[in-house]
Every structure is written in C-alpha cells, then in structure tokens.
Design a protein around this ligand. Structure first.
Ligand code: NAD
Ligand code: 6OD
Length: 484
C-alpha cells in the first residue's frame, strides 16, 4: 500500500496519525496518508523560513530560473508517474489528465520562471528640491513563506499554478494538498530533491482543514501570505485566519457560471463547447457551466442536441475505451451531487436526461458514478440554479434579448467565468463588458494563455494570478530612491 508522507525540509516525514486514500473508481483503499499536526506545521514553517533567508534567498535569479526549468523537465521526464498518480487519485479519463493536468504541471514552472527573468520594473528620474537629480526604481522582494492550500479537482495543475510563480519570485512554499488527492504534491517533493532545489523551499503537509494541517498552517504566524483555491465558504474561514497579522490572501473560489448561446452561434460548436464546459472532469471544474441560457429560436433544438451529447458520453474508469466521464471524487461529494439531483426533481424540473447514478459492473459498483444530467423548466429561484453543485449537470432556460441574457448571467453572488456563443462581434464585446466575471470566453471555454489574468469577481475570488499579475501577489514591490 502506498504511503503519502509529509515533505519537510527535504525529507519525507511520517506521523503516527494516518488516514485512508481511496480510489474514486471503486472506493478501494489505495494509500495511507500521514496527517500533519501542529509539530509538523511548525517544522515546515521553520524550514521554509530558514531556506528563505538561506540558500534560496541568496540564489541569483538566473540560477533559480534554471532550477525551475529543471523541475519542469523532470516532471516531463516522469510524466507517466505523475499521470498514474493523478489517475489513481481522481479516476479522471486518461486523455484528459495526459492533455491538460500533467502538461500544465510542467508549464506552470516554465512560464513563471521566464516571466520573472524578463519582467521589467518601473524607474523614474526626478529633479530634487536642491536642483540635483534622483532616480527611483522598484524592486520586487519575495513575499516570504507562502501557504498554498489546494483542492482536489485538478490537483497538480492548480497546485503548480501557485507554486510555480511563488518559487519563481523567490518565496518558499508550504503546500497543503486536498486530503482527497495527496499523490502528485508528494511526488513533486521527489522532483525538487532530484533537481537540487534547496531543502525547505518546497514543503508538503497532508491533512484536512479545520482542526488539522489546513487550519494550523493558515493560522501560523510564520506564514506571510496564503494562496488558496477552493470553496467560497472555506475562503471565508481562511480569510478570518489571515486577518491575524494582516496577511495577504489570493483566492480562487467557487462559481455558478452561465453559458450563453445566441441564435446566430455556430450551432454544432456551441453544443460541443457547452457540453464540454458542463461535463468535462465530471463537472468538477470551477469554470464549468451549470446555468445555460439559449436564445429562444434555437432553444428546443439545442436542448435536444445537448441531450444527445450527454447521452453519448461513455462513463467509466480512466482507461475504458472512449471514456468521456469519470467518477466524482468521493462518496461524500457523490451524495451532495445526487442530493441536488433530487432537489431539482422536487422543485419541479423537467429531467431531460440523467438525474441519478448509472448502473456499473460489480467491480466498479462502489465507485462514485453519476449520470450527466440536464434540466429545464425551473424558475431562476430554484436551488440548482442558485447553488454551486460541482457535478456534471446544468439547467437550460430560454432567453429573448441580449439585455435579458445579461441580467440572467449576472443574477448570482458568484462571478468567476462565462462562455458566450455568437458570431456577432458587437454582441460578443457587449456581453464581455456587461457580465460581471473575471473570465469571459467567447466561442470557446477553458482556452488558456498563462500570461493572462485569471481569477474571479464577486464571491468567486480575491485578486488575479497569471502572467505578471502573479507577481503582484507573490512579491512586495519596494521603491528605492537614489539621490545622485
Ligand atoms: P474545499 O474548500 O473544501 O477545500 C480546499 C482545500 O482547503 C483543501 O485542501 C482543504 O483541506 C482545505 N481546507 C478546508 N477547510 C479549511 C480551513 N478551515 N482552513 C484551511 N484549509 C482548509 O474545496 P474542494 O472541495 O477541495 O474543491 C472544490 C471547490 O473548489 C469548488 O467550490 C470549486 O469551485 C473551487 N475551485 C475554484 C477554482 C477557481 O479557480 N476559482 C478552481 C478549482 C476549484
Ligand atoms: O487554468 C488555470 O490556471 C486554472 N487556475 C484553472 C482552474 C480550474 C478550476 O477548476
């Protein structure tokens, strides 16, 4: 049985308290995770602080950049190990992890290493009161010891999305992966060690949130900043912890994203795009679409076409031929998603397709499978239209005018992403301006350029990461005034 130990100061550290790691495809126990307590958190913070002021802090940027490229190369060299680890933890289709999760794990180090190497800082020349000259310039100092608290849906991708820029900026990190997906964060410890990243720069603590590693870490006064991806409610708890010591936070939180399809859209592309945004990764993508609004002239045809797409998705484990839909992450999450399926029915939804759990062969019967599900006919006040479900499901409603679509899209406390389908440039740009989100995709979804700002408006987040925007969180801008 695999053992997932904490990684502290360059060493794998066992504890005497373990919990089970289960495979979503069949609920089998596949590993034991060593839960970090206060002592391990203290040790990780001390190690991270020592490295910050030691080898890592003194290292020239060029060498740091070289090391981060080496990390990316080593992830690529061990691509299959990372892939198998992610598949075991999540059960997602192999092609999805092989094309998105693992390549992004490597890219997140390369991109930010190169940005840090090339980014300019500002400088001003001025005349001083005595008629002399002064030049001021800004330098970017690392924020310090950064806590990186991660979810389970894209474990390596989302963790490195934060560890990459944090390390590139000269910080040291302590990662708290989700209790559901301990594998790839642990494996990254081996990579750091192999390529020669100094001890204490990258640390991993396993455990849960409240009363466990997550809470101990985010409350620790030796942590200078917290970057977090996860549920909005957890973000509120972490923000309260960060208030002590007035420590900065960067948050990527939940969403209840709208997909909007105008009658002039390329129909087949819109259906494929919305299907992907609703069902990919079994709907466990924060950017996913759970509310679809379709202009009335194509509404019935669209519902029928999306139904056919959903029903054509093959449900099964990572390597099943043609698999399109894996399991949900856990029994607990399945219970939550299925309870929303029941709520939709009790609220009077028309179930266009799905609405339950598929029957699976005996060896997979204990897995966390659900059917892709589409509803119509609910009022906007319905819970499945208001609350984030994080499963492979969506409600589709018709709209008539652009103004109506904007009002519907904005009628939510969240503001993460939207996907708009139209061939009219004017409509596209007006929608992009009018919908209150951090990310607006036109005729596309989850198309990523890592140089761009990523994050959510309203209850979907605080701050932006991506490209130079990541530097704004992971560094303190220091102004230096030089009187010549
Ligand atoms: P979660 O908030 O339950 O857990 C995320 C992490 O926080 C885990 O590591 C957990 O152990 C830790 N945690 C929980 N309580 C804590 C506490 N009180 N203090 C410190 N740490 C704590 O989220 P999840 O269920 O793992 O992930 C799904 C959620 O993440 C969804 O809401 C989804 O929308 C969101 N998400 C958002 C983005 C984004 O970019 N906006 C990306 C991915 C996922
Ligand atoms: O692509 C990214 O960088 C990113 N942060 C994706 C988030 C996906 C949410 O589930």
């Amino acid at each position: 049985m695999k053992q997932f130990r904490n990684f502290i100061n360059g060493e794998f550290v066992a504890t005497n308290k373990t919990f089970e790691n289960r495979a979503p495809v069949d609920n089998r126990v596949i590993g034991l995770v060593h839960e970090a307590g206060q002592a391990e958190v203290d040790a990780a913070v001390a190690a991270a602080r020592a490295a910050l002021h030691g080898d890592w802090g003194r290292m020239p940027v060029a060498r740091r950049v070289e090391l981060l490229h080496a990390v990316a190369d080593e992830i690529n060299r061990r691509f299959d190990d990372f892939l198998e680890a992610e598949l075991a933890d999540t059960g997602k289709p192999r092609s999805l992890a092989a094309h998105i999760d693992i390549p992004r794990g490597a890219a997140n180090f390369k991109v930010f290493a190169d940005i840090v190497k090339n980014v300019p800082t500002e400088s001003f020349e001025m005349t001083t009161p005595d008629g002399g000259t002064a030049i001021s310039y800004a330098l970017r100092a690392p924020l310090g010891v950064v806590a990186v608290v991660c979810p389970w849906n894209l474990p390596l991708l989302l963790m490195t999305w934060k560890v990459g820029p944090a390390l590139a900026c000269g910080n040291t990190v302590i990662v708290k992966p989700s209790e559901e997906t301990p594998a790839t964060a642990t494996l990254l410890g081996e990579v750091m060690e192999k390529v020669g990243v100094p001890r204490g720069v990258y640390n991993v603590l396993h455990g849960f949130g409240p009363g466990s590693a997550g809470e101990f870490l985010t409350r620790h006064p030796g942590v200078n900043g917290i970057t977090f991806t996860g549920e909005t409610r957890t973000g509120e708890a972490i923000m309260a912890a960060a208030a002590k010591g007035v420590r900065p936070v960067s948050f990527e939180l939940g969403g209840k994203n709208a997909g909007i399809v105008f009658a002039d859209a390329d129909f087949d592309k819109a259906v494929a795009g919305i299907a992907r945004s609703a069902f990919e990764n079994c709907g466990q993508v924060c950017l996913g679409t759970e509310r679809v609004y379709v202009q009335r002239p194509i509404f019935d045809r669209f519902v029928q076409a999306l139904k056919e797409k959903a029903e054509s998705l093959r449900i099964g484990p990572s390597d099943a031929p043609g698999v399109g839909l894996g399991p949900l992450i856990s029994a607990e999450h399945k219970a939550k998603v299925v309870s929303y399926y029941d709520v939709a029915r009790s609220e009077g939804a028309t179930v266009v397709t799905g609405g339950g759990a598929p029957s699976m062969p005996p060896e997979l019967a204990e897995g966390h499978w659900v059917q892709p599900t589409i509803w119509t006919g609910l009022p906007e006040s319905a819970r499945v239209i208001r609350e984030e479900i994080f499963g492979p499901c969506c409600h589709i409603a018709p709209f008539d005018t652009e103004e109506e679509a904007i009002a519907l899209a904005n009628a939510t406390d969240y503001g993460l992403a939207t996907t708009v389908w139209t061939q009219d440039l004017g409509t596209a740009h007006r929608m992009a301006r009018a919908i209150d989100v951090g990310l607006c995709w036109i005729n596309s979804w989850f198309l990523r350029d890592l140089r761009t700002a990523f994050g959510g408006a309203k209850a979907s987040g605080i701050g932006r990461e991506g490209g130079v925007h990541s530097l704004e969180f992971y560094t303190e801008l220091r102004n230096v005034m030089v009187k010549l």
